[in-house]
Design a protein around this ligand. Structure first.
Ligand code: PMP
Ligand code: GLU
Length: 397
């Protein structure tokens, strides 16, 4: 009797959020855990953005906004896409939601019919396959390991496409690997997609500004597939605004209209005050974005140097986002006292319980040989966490 729907029974909980919660519980018990699990900037939201929100409260932005968001915010996003990405959109091609997470989910629910296939390159962000399952779609996982810098090739994409393929989800810079597709690599994928006009790409660009190799490249720049691309982005990562919950899509008008219809029945427009804050984020000084990006780059260098000193870790050097994704399966099968570390889940639990560092097992990212560490934390925390991990791993025999 007390059973959730079948839809919910087959849904996994978010491993990133679960691990973070576990780490907070241990902290509440007085254990000094360093949390490298959840991926969110450790900076406060810049002051000028907070001021805009306070002003919005005083000016009574307290009523329902239009479902896709205020026109002024959508216009600010149109300007951002033009200025930063060289892409032309109109306000009718933008729809704002409660975070990029809802934007991805809205788009999947608006496009995918029962049995439609959605190609998801692995390692992938934990929520993509679950969102596809919610839409009764079929996740088709295409694996890209560390030897190909975790990026799929045009040949792999071509081989995965069938008459049932509806969506490709592409995340660059990537969570969880930090890999960034170059313009040439994106062009290779675009050439394949141009031959399959039913396939829509959801380009998750939430880490656009956390990129250590130069200008962000969007797959939407290729005219031949422009009508097949939905860009997802938002303010969470670039502006340290994870709790404000503003994301958006930019894409063909027919898809945006469908998303608006769904959102109109489901959540309505996102929080009015957060929208005014996001508008300030996009239209005012971008100096804080640069400062935070630089801090993340220094931390990337620090964690990479320290990870190289850990025996049995194989790493790529992440070019964006704020995650390190070491291959660590050489530890699987080893023992701590009498307990065998069988897989990544066991290793993450061991590092939490013995090393007091919270990481996320690669399993829920579709890459069980790896674990994910978020380095969106202070230098002191990174140094202490990596020392703890090194010591804990050295105790495995
Ligand atoms: N996409 C990726 C790849 C992410 O890592 C995240 C995590 N925050 C999101 C989307 C969702 O971001 P938001 O906080 O805007 O919902
Ligand atoms: N995207 C972040 C992460 O991967 C935040 C948690 C989540 O929404 O899954 O850790």
């Amino acid at each position: 009797m007390n059973q959730p729907s079948d839809r919910l029974k087959s849904l996994s909980s978010s491993a990133t959020l679960a691990m973070s919660q576990k780490s907070n519980e241990l902290k509440a018990q007085g254990i000094n855990v360093i949390n490298l699990s959840v991926g969110e900037p450790d900076f406060n939201t810049p002051d000028h953005i907070k001021e805009a929100a306070k002003k919005a409260i005083d000016e009574n932005f307290s009523y329902y906004s239009p479902v896709p968001g205020y026109l002024s915010l959508r216009n600010a996003i149109v300007d951002k896409l033009k200025k930063e990405n060289g892409l032309e959109y109109t306000a009718n091609q933008i729809s704002c939601a409660n975070g990029a997470k809802q934007s991805v989910c809205n788009t999947i629910l608006s496009l995918v019919n029962k049995g439609d296939e959605v190609i998801i390159p692995a390692p992938y962000w934990v929520s993509y396959p679950e969102m596809v399952k919610l839409a009764d779609g079929v996740p088709v996982v295409v694996k890209a390991g560390i030897t190909q810098d975790f990026k799929i090739t045009p040949a792999q994409l071509e081989a995965a496409i069938t008459p049932k393929t509806r969506v490709l989800i592409l995340c660059s810079p990537s969570n969880p690997t930090g890999s960034v597709y170059s313009k040439e690599e994106l062009k290779g994928l675009a050439d394949v997609l141009a031959k399959h006009k039913r396939v829509i790409v959801i380009a998750d660009e939430i880490y656009e500004h956390i990129n250590y190799i130069g200008k962000h490249q969007s797959i939407a720049q290729f005219e031949e597939i422009r009508d097949q691309v939905v860009i997802v982005n938002g303010v969470s990562k670039a502006y340290a605004m994870t709790g404000w919950r503003i994301g958006f899509i930019a894409g063909p008008e027919w898809i945006v209209k469908s998303v608006n219809k769904l959102q109109g029945q489901y959540t309505s427009g996102p929080c009015s005050i957060s929208q005014k804050a996001a508008e300030a984020a996009y239209t005012e000084s971008q100096e804080s974005v640069r400062i935070m990006r630089e801090a993340f780059e220094n931390r990337r260098n620090l964690i990479v140097d320290m990870a190289k000193e850990i025996p049995g870790f194989e790493i790529n050097v992440p070019q964006g986002a704020f995650y390190l994704f070491p291959k660590c399966d050489s530890y699987y099968g080893k023992k701590y006292n009498d307990t065998v570390i069988k897989d990544g889940d066991d290793l993450a639990m061991y590092l939490l319980e013995v090393g007091h560092v919270a990481c996320v097992s690669g399993d829920s990212f579709g890459a069980p040989e790896y674990i994910r560490m978020s380095y969106a934390t202070s230098d002191e925390n990174i140094i202490e966490a990596m020392n703890r991990i090194k010591n804990a791993l050295a105790q495995l025999k």
